[in-house]
Write a protein that binds this ligand. Structure first.
Ligand code: NPQ
Ligand code: MG
Length: 368
């Protein structure tokens, strides 16, 4: 492809349709960085999944902004670089995976657009639709939770994930299971438990959960392996898996039986595909996680989620689950609970200029 001549960062803020509460906090606004890469041939977009605070991970918008502006983007500017080379050119930067992933997504987008190939086709996807699940934040009452679960099931969602924390776990799960005996149900603790308070997790075994996601510390594998040995319910790891090497180690240790794949958390779509490939080779189910992405990141997630090893519905919800007005055309779910994989070149979507202008709070160019 032709050389990258400009890289622009934008911080955007989108109101959420309702606050999203997890064991680590509550968000009312989606705040993230979009990356725009320009070559002589065209433009590509990427989205960084970091949030405003270093709570889900060490990375956050202000850190990702500096990593991108001062280190990652300058490593690419002026270079004729392919998507597969991005990781190598930026490998000297430790960590900062979410920032790297955003840049790689933008380079993939512009490179694939030049060739008029969709991201899905580039990844080797054969499906054109993916089944969708929905993640439900910690609710203020059981009635509210049951109402939201029922509404999402009526919309067609094929799997319900409940956020839990110590003290808000067995009761909500029991209530949802009683109301919906056959629904595919899982829980996500976002690292809120210790092995000492795992008795609540053992009580959850009665409810036929698909999995318990990230019960223990974000940086731990060994304790998860101990826990998984005592549970019939599969443990799924999210925060603990930052790379294909982590996924291989976790599966070998028995720290989990299922992997949540998020391209942003693992440094990009290509590393995410490597996790898919290694999990598929050992028959370990994977599914596509979500970070409340705008249409840019959501488009990339849908392409990834269409790979054959993604056998469980992902957190690939419709735009309307999170936003009244997305920055792209909204992603809409069919009543059968599936969404289309974008067929167009690159990631298949682009920001709508007016929407983008409205939500942008900061813009800056990378320095050479
Ligand atoms: C998870 N996501 O699987 C996360 C974590 C998460 C869809 O459950 C703002 C931006 C708030 C990103 C809260 C889902 C967030 C966020 C939670 C991501 O663990
Ligand atoms: Mg999670």
């Amino acid at each position: 492809m032709s050389a990258i001549r400009d890289i622009e960062l934008r911080l955007i803020e989108l109101p959420l349709v309702r606050p999203f509460r997890t064991s680590f906090g509550e968000e009312t606004t989606k705040s993230c960085i979009l990356v725009r890469v320009e070559t002589d041939e065209g433009v590509g977009w990427g989205e960084c999944v970091a949030g405003s605070r270093p709570d889900y991970s060490e990375e956050f918008n202000a850190s990702a902004w500096l990593a991108l502006r001062d280190h990652l983007a300058p490593a690419l500017l002026g270079k004729d670089i392919r998507p597969a080379d991005v990781a190598g050119v930026t490998a000297w930067v430790r960590g900062n995976r979410m920032a790297k992933a955003a840049l790689e997504m933008a380079v993939l987008d512009v490179w694939l657009r030049e060739q008029e190939i969709s991201l899905a086709r580039h990844l080797g996807v054969e499906r054109d639709r993916v089944p969708c699940g929905v993640s439900i934040g910690i609710a203020s009452s059981l009635d509210e939770l049951l109402e939201r679960v029922a509404a999402h099931l009526a919309e067609g969602y094929r799997r319900i994930k409940l956020k839990i924390q110590p003290g808000t776990d067995v009761e909500p799960v029991a209530a949802v299971r009683a109301a919906h005996p056959d629904v595919a149900l899982s829980v996500d603790a976002n690292a809120a438990y210790t092995i000492e308070d795992a008795s609540a997790l053992r009580e959850l075994e009665a409810f036929g959960l698909l999995m318990i996601e990230q019960p223990l510390a974000y940086d731990d594998l060994v304790e998860h392996a101990k826990l998984q040995r005592t549970l019939r319910t599969p443990v799924c790891l999210d925060e603990s898996i930052r790379s294909a090497a982590d996924a291989a180690a976790a599966l070998e240790l028995g720290a989990c039986r299922i992997v949540n794949v998020k391209q942003g958390r693992v440094g990009g779509l290509l590393e995410a595909q490597r996790i898919h490939d290694l999990a598929l080779a050992q028959d370990a189910p994977v599914w596509c996680g979500g970070m409340l992405e705008t249409g840019i990141g959501r488009a990339a997630n849908l392409a990834l989620a269409a790979l054959p090893g993604f056998t469980l519905p992902g957190d690939t919800s419709a735009s309307a689950r999170y936003f009244d007005a997305d920055v792209t055309e909204p992603f809409v779910m069919d009543p059968d609970g599936t969404m289309a994989v974008p067929p167009g070149p690159g990631i298949g979507v682009e920001p709508l200029p007016d929407c983008l202008a409205e939500v942008t709070v900061r813009t800056e160019r990378a320095r050479t």
